[in-house]
Design a protein around this ligand. Sequence first.
Ligand code: NAD
Ligand code: DAU
Length: 334
Amino acid sequence: MKRYLVTGGAGFIGSNYIRYMLKKHRDVEIINLDKLTYAGNPDNLKDIQTDSRYKFIKGDICDEVLVNKIMTEIDFVVNFAAESHVDRSIGAPDDFIRTDVFGTFVLLEAARTNKIEKFIQISTDEVYGSIDKGSFTENDPLMPSSPYSASKTGADRLAFSYFVTYDLPVIITRCSNNFGPFHYPEKLIPLFVTNAIENKNLPIYGDGKNVRDWIYVEDHCDGVDFVCQNGRLGEVYNIGGGNERTNLEITDRILKKLEKPQSLMTFVKDRLGHDRRYSVDCSKIADLGWKPKDNFEEALDKTISWFMENNWWWKKLKNGEYMEYYKQQYKEVV
Ligand code: NAD
Ligand code: DAU
């Protein structure tokens, strides 16, 4: 049996990854360590709760004692745990520094002491910052522009330093924007899909021409698994979907699929420090033999259908206190 510690496994990508791994491999056992912040949701893993290969531990990656204890029982670490929303990092960066930087440090130290077999650090394409033309390779300088991406950069480079200094078997992945089931409805696609279903406005920041590269979450999970098995230690791998779209294009597709009027589109005050375009060059992982499988339009349609069929999952999340605060702070119509 291969024993994995997945941190942040009750969040969007982590929960999809755990489900994906249990389905794909018979010989894996997974411990999911998650603090259950607002983004961590036991509903995301309801269907696998009774799988004997899966164990959930509610806890903080910053808790040294707990992390050290768990580390004695596992071989692989996949660190998804993070504060992940850029807008929140603009409003209140503290938790981003604590979890994304210090929490990663606690995990790396415990991994070193306990001589784990492999440590996968889930970083992000946002560490490079914005690019007008062309695509970033893994060797490009890191120029993060939000407290979120800066804290992820800290974790990314700290993980690398543990490889160089202590020979810790680290691999780092930098993925582009994910979408799919269980995506928290504060992010662009799930927010717009659920707002449109409810006939509410879709708040587009600035001119809506910012570009993101979208990847279906299952492809990302597959990429992480591939890198864990085939990647070289100490290396960074970009993972992208190859689907660059403006926010206006995404919005248009959502409205058309749901047969909702264009008048739901509302232009609002821009995000502070809003990165214009993300783009990663994925030839390094392609040379190793991996590329994403999902067709973007089909995957987006599938995701929209999932949200239409699962309002039990998202309705209660949208009635939270933060969503009210968020609407007032960032959704000022221009
Ligand atoms: P998410 O916000 O949905 O989930 C984060 C999870 O981490 C939650 O379950 C939360 O409870 C948990 N968590 C937060 N602080 C914790 C702590 N101190 N201890 C233990 N658990 C804690 O995020 P996501 O979108 O699933 O992203 C997962 C990871 O992937 C993050 O590291 C993010 O930076 C990275 N990433 C995300 C994307 C994307 O498009 N969403 C793209 C590239 C990389
Ligand atoms: O690129 C990878 C990153 O993608 C991850 O590291 C982050 O964890 C993840 O949150 C995501 O960051 P973004 O800032 O790109 O995602 P978000 O969904 O917040 O925004 C996508 C684009 O949509 C961005 O240009 C801002 C815009 N937007 C977003 C929201 C929430 C709007 O126009 N209106 C909105 O209400």
